[in-house]
Design a protein around this ligand. Structure first.
Ligand code: PGA
Length: 263
């Protein structure tokens, strides 16, 4: 049965000390389930102390970005090679990176490869802007971003990649895509993966939804067809909300496992 993923993106919030205190709070509240992978993505600075602090069976660590070269004269950058051993996941192509820091498709593709080369699981973020949605371009944008981000990924590697559908208009706005929109987007992404890597790979690839996910809407989003997990920004900084979402995922996974046995 498919695993579920609950990933918290702390963005540029919490200093090192605050991160440690918050992680300690999460450690008390986040339940552990066999079929749920929980991860938190603090700032780069907090990765090192948290890597020594967290119980890795309870929570994995992710970085919010990485550079695609392994080492060299790239002042201010942090490579996937440097993250190795500290983080297990890395967000790539988040819309804030694409839009605020002008990251392009080529760079994003190189970062996906750098993550895989360094034994990190890339979480490739894709999603349309409000304008693209209004113009009816969602399918086109998702296909483009998936094809481009996964170029040069091999069929052996695709099962190591997570893809997060994050409509840009839903990030940090309080607006979420409805279950129908989410199911449609997941179908488009899975069909593209199938086209690129075959049907088996498309069944195995895990797809996350992100964009104003909260405890209130987590169950309905996680129950949408094709959704294997959540990428959570704001609500991941509220311990009971985040822990509650892990619990929802865990209970859903248990129920699915039960139904599978019956079938
Ligand atoms: P949000 O952010 O949950 O605050 O909308 C999601 C994200 O940026 O990954």
């Amino acid at each position: 049965m498919a695993k579920k993923f609950i990933i918290g993106n702390w963005k540029m919030n919490l200093n090192v000390h605050e991160s440690s205190l918050f992680a300690a709070k999460l450690a008390q509240e986040v339940p552990t389930y066999r079929d749920v992978t929980t991860a938190i993505c603090p700032s780069f600075l907090a990765l090192q102390p948290l890597s020594l602090q967290v119980n890795h069976r309870q929570m994995k660590l992710g970085a919010q970005n990485c550079y695609w070269r392994d080492s060299g004269a790239f002042t201010g950058e942090i490579s996937a090679t440097q993250l190795r051993g500290l983080a297990q996941y890395v967000l790539i192509g988040h819309s804030e990176r694409r839009n605020i820091f002008s990251e392009g498709d080529r760079e994003i593709r190189f970062k996906v490869q750098a993550a895989l080369r360094n034994c990190l699981t890339p979480v490739l973020c894709v999603g349309e802007t409000a304008l693209e949605r209004k113009d009816g371009d969602t399918e086109h944008v998702l296909n483009d971003q998936v094809v481009s981000g996964l170029l040069n990924v091999s069929s052996e590697e695709i099962s190591e990649v997570l893809i997060a559908y994050e409509p840009v208009w839903a990030i940090g706005t309080g607006e979420t895509a409805g279950p129908e929109d989410i199911e449609k987007a997941m179908k488009i992404i899975r069909a593209q993966v199938s086209h690129l890597f075959g049907r088996e790979a498309s069944k195995k690839v895990s797809l996350l939804y992100g964009g104003s996910v909260k405890l209130d809407n987590a169950a309905s989003i996680l129950s949408a067809k094709g959704v294997d997990g959540l990428l959570i920004g704001g609500a991941s900084l509220i311990a009971p909300e985040f822990a509650g979402m892990v619990k929802i995922a865990g209970e859903l996974a248990k129920e699915e496992a039960k139904n599978e046995v019956k079938e």
